[in-house]
Ligand binder design. Structure first.
Ligand code: F6P
Length: 428
């Protein structure tokens, strides 16, 4: 492996940050980064983590991961959430707020940080790319490597995004289980069950609900994708026909479903730092529609954070891939690569084989991969065999956390702060 970039005797430190919505396996990536860096102590000094992502760098609020035991770092692999704290924070453009970038570099310089690992989705890859450009333009040598993550599975180039397989598995399992519940009661009680799932602009998680059924007769009978404009009449006709034929209807609806004019059916009215609308509530809205138009008794559930934090039922493939991209990110940095990220490359679906590839940050930044039309059935309400072939391996295998007292034994980091060197507060 290459020696530290500047050729000096003591190795430069690394900065790792989690960004955006977390997942059940993002800490497995952190584990991959830290364990791999620890295995290369001669090339990488200490890994500092940003408390609450990039905000930790701006506020010089760094966590010294060398103060965490090997057992704690290992346990991150089976602990959901973002152990170091994540943030939805968009760095302004360089022209509008140069101070933020100057501050980042000041903090990195003060702590001799030579490696920047940013674990996030498409917005975060944009940030990582900007930081790489700033480092270069300010003459500060900084290796910037992205680490892919998003339950939404909307990153281009990579075959899938770590975090997605586990959310997909949770949704597929929940759909199958709730379908058994409604099937047993439908004759005298509930006729419609609606499960609302995440996926702001892409219906990958909703599509995963389709894995619950083995044939088109099985639940879910209706999947509503953001990729297909919502048609009220067509939807109600499908629900009515399904209830007449099967006695009940199970619906999986993506939070990002839009009408023909492109408006979200359910917008909560708030926006995040990137200008994305906060979504939620389409499940009850759809359910109520079936009651008012068809007179059907319903139940609904919003999977919300449950689907992206459900570590107890993760996909073993997902955990492995999340760890692998963290490990590969460090290996890329050691190999002298910059402004790239590791991606998952599918070699075959059956048997499922994958390897790690490489992509430039710019190819991922701010781009979204939607569910292709060929993955959605002609009527717009289901998944095709091709979609099933793509999704099925991603939810394979179980990787249960250890349990204590009947509950998963998740770890909490000490989170020891790194002594501030600048002693200059930063006002955002
Ligand atoms: O990170 C992706 C995501 O999980 C989306 O599917 C969802 O719309 C969004 O995050 C929710 O974000 P937040 O937790 O910031 O409200």
């Amino acid at each position: 492996m290459a020696a530290a970039k500047t050729g000096r005797s003591s190795p430069r430190n690394a900065f790792y940050a989690q960004s955006g919505g977390v997942s059940a396996v993002i800490n497995a990536s952190a584990c991959g980064v830290i364990e791999t860096a620890r295995a290369h102590r001669r090339q990488i000094g200490t890994v500092y983590a940003g408390r609450h992502g990039i905000l930790g760098a701006l506020h010089e609020d760094l966590i010294d991961t060398s103060r965490e035991s090997a057992a704690v770092i290992r346990a991150l692999r089976h602990t959901p959430g973002g152990a170091f704290g994540s943030a939805r924070y968009k760095l302004a453009s360089l022209e509008r707020n140069r101070a933020e970038y100057v501050r980042l570099i000041e903090v990195f310089r003060a702590h001799d940080i030579g490696y920047f690992f940013y674990n996030g989705g498409n917005d975060s890859m944009d940030t990582a790319q900007k930081v790489s450009e700033i480092g270069r333009s300010m003459g500060y040598p900084l290796t910037c490597i992205g680490i892919p993550k998003t339950v939404d599975n909307d990153l281009p180039i990579t075959d899938c995004s770590p975090g997605f397989g586990s959310a997909a598995k949770y949704v597929a399992i929940s759909t199958r289980e709730a379908a058994l519940d409604i099937a047993s009661m439908a004759r005298t009680s509930t006729k419609v069950f609606v499960l609302e799932v995440m996926g702001r602009h892409a219906g990958w998680i909703a599509a995963a609900g389709g894995l619950a059924g083995r044939s088109s007769a099985d639940a879910p009978h209706v999947i509503l994708f953001p990729e297909i404009a919502f048609d009220r009449d067509k939807f109600l006709a499908k629900v009515k026909a399904t209830v007449e034929r099967r006695g009940y209807c199970v619906i999986v609806v993506s939070e990002g479903v839009r009408d023909a004019a492109g408006r979200f059916l359910a917008e909560a009215g708030t926006k995040d730092a990137f200008g994305h609308a906060q979504l939620g509530g389409v499940g009850p809205l759809i359910a109520e529609m079936t009651r008012s138009a068809l007179g059907l008794k319903f139940h609904w559930a919003v999977a919300d954070y449950l689907q992206r934090s459900a570590r107890h039922i993760v996909s073993a493939v997902d955990v492995e891939q999340a760890y692998a991209v963290g490990k590969a990110a460090v290996e890329f940095a050691l190999a002298g690569k910059d402004a790239v990220l590791p991606v998952i490359v599918r070699r075959s679906s059956s048997p499922y084989r994958w390897t790690i590839g490489e992509a430039p940050l710019g190819a991922i930044a701010n781009k979204e991969k939607k569910v292709p039309r060929s993955f959605i059935t002609a009527d717009g309400f289901g998944i095709t065999a091709a979609c099933r072939r793509y999704l099925a391996p991603l939810i394979e295998g179980e990787d249960y956390p250890p349990y204590r007292g009947g509950l998963p034994d998740y770890v909490e980091i000490k989170g020891a702060p790194v002594r501030k060197r600048l002693n200059k507060p930063f006002v955002l």
